[in-house]
Design a protein around this ligand. Sequence first.
Ligand SMILES: CC(C)=CCC/C(C)=C/CC/C(C)=C/CC/C(C)=C/[C@@H]1[C@@H](COP(=O)(O)OP(=O)(O)O)[C@]1(C)CC/C=C(\C)CC/C=C(\C)CCC=C(C)C
Length: 595
Amino acid sequence: MGFEYALVHIKYTIPPAIILSLIYRPLWTKLDIYKVAFLVTVVVVSTTPWDSYLIRNRVWTYPPNVMIGPKLFDIPAEEVFFFVIQTYNVSLLYLLFSKPIFYPAYLRAERPASHARGPRNTQWRPYKLLGQLFFAMVIMTGLGMVQGRGRTMYMGGLIVWATPFLMLLWSLAYQFIIGLPRSSTIIPIIIPTLYLWVVDTLELKRGTWVIENDTKIGFYLWTGLEIEEAVFFLITNTLIVFGLIAFDNACAILHTFPDRFPDVPSFPSPLMLVKAFISPASKYDEDRIRGLQDAADRLNRKSRSFYIASAAFQGRLRIDLLLLYSFCRVADDLVDNATSLAEAESWVEKLRCFLNISYGPLQEKITVKDYVETQFPSKAQPALLQLPTEYLSAEPFNGLLQGFEMDLAFSKFQEGRIMSHPIKSELDLDLYARRVAGTVAELCLELVFNHSYTNISGEDGRHILQAGNSMGVALQYVNIARDIGVDAKIGRVYLPLAWLDEEGLTLQAVIKNPHSTRIEKLRSRLLDRAFEIYEEAREIIENLPEEVRGPIRVVVESYMEIGRVLRQGDYEVKAGRATVPKLKRIRVAWQALNK
Ligand SMILES: CC(C)=CCC/C(C)=C/CC/C(C)=C/CC/C(C)=C/[C@@H]1[C@@H](COP(=O)(O)OP(=O)(O)O)[C@]1(C)CC/C=C(\C)CC/C=C(\C)CCC=C(C)C
């Protein structure tokens, strides 16, 4: 009996597990736990017979004086623990690197070339076949090496054991294996492989485990690292990462296509995961995938705060939040970027008509697609067509459009078409903020209620919606405080006239010099008001379902941080706007999840 192999764990495998667990702690979701537990089980079950066979046939051995003693089918307990901890460490590294990935955007509908639409739907089937051919050839080579029964025996056995699993995972998840960013595929394989190569070099030299001379090739990758060991770690880490990718691929299919999979439990059963895989890629809804890709692109380009925050949400809630964002952004841009007041008014009218049709009687629903395709530019269409209206009520959208109309009142005022400025008092400002941002918060919360497994009853729900609406107001105040200069350039002043009067300012004075000391005073006043409202509303976040508290905190805190940096004067300016530096944004998200 000895402790050498146990010491390998204490020195080399447990410390990274602790560090990775601490880093990943605030990001764990129940699905992550299920995924890692599922994979660890698969790894232990699939590795045990192979390892047990090798030990019994003395292909590799463990000197008895380096083991504590207990065994499972002749495999030392330390070795079984190795399967578990290696899988755990690689999984955590993968989870960490892949957290920001929005998986549905990587699905591909594989139509025959003549039916494929858009550059993203390249035909990937040939790659699948090429990969399968490659793995088949590797298996044949491995079989040849085993049959030789000499020095290639261990290497051949390794290949024959692992490659069919790799081939299976490739056949199921090739779209994601090829398409996902290299940071979440290659890095979680390479880092642990190099690390284990070094550990292996140090420990093999000390004789903790030994490959018998007559079953190994005798080639060393570097002094002390046998080629068999190097290949073993590379293959097993690849297997673990491919397994995780396949799991995420199946979940992405389940979450992306509610028409095919209406109810997805928080822990999809293995049978359900298999069902996802056997639904052919040729039948994926291409418009849906394009709508999701378009929403993810838009979020990435237009809002760094909400982009980072979106990574904290999961499954269908994340998908629908992205789609909601996409709709709000497109609607806001259509109105804001119109070249004339008349054009802007016509966009509001068209958006209202779109909502009326979408929420109208069922027989009218068929015309939504026709209406959108004939009335809106092609770039805007996916955002409208994919809006998840089945989970959202019409009222907040109507409020949002009324908010846009208040924006248009600025132009009418400038043209003399209306006599009064749209934001005269603090009450007007509050009404405006409730319309453009309070409504958005209500819509986000409606998605939370609909996608949560926790039931939120009437009175509690109303209370949460009210607090959410107020939080939207706080965010909008920060938005206005940030954009005083940008808005002044287009002749808009959201600071209430009453406040300007108190400071002896006129609208023209703000438009001419939006950075004067007196305006800075009003900016601070607006920010103070924003933080007051935020303080009152934020407690209610703790009444939300547990799994969304952290992510909603991230949304709110990421935006309120703009207010904090404005107060402290510690910000970067991009396109005339104050923004929070990237590292700070990540730290804020982190702290919000840790609360
Ligand atoms: C995670 C994720 C993808 C969230 C998406 C949130 C979402 C749907 C945002 C819509 C944004 C948008 C374009 C709305 C149009 C109207 C508008 C411009 C509103 C202002 C947003 C500012 O965005 P941005 O800075 O990009 O805009 P401009 O460049 O200035 O045009 C707003 C400030 C509103 C944002 C308000 C929210 C996201 C609501 C947040 C509140 C909650 C989620 C509720 C909190 C719950 C409780 C119980 C307190």
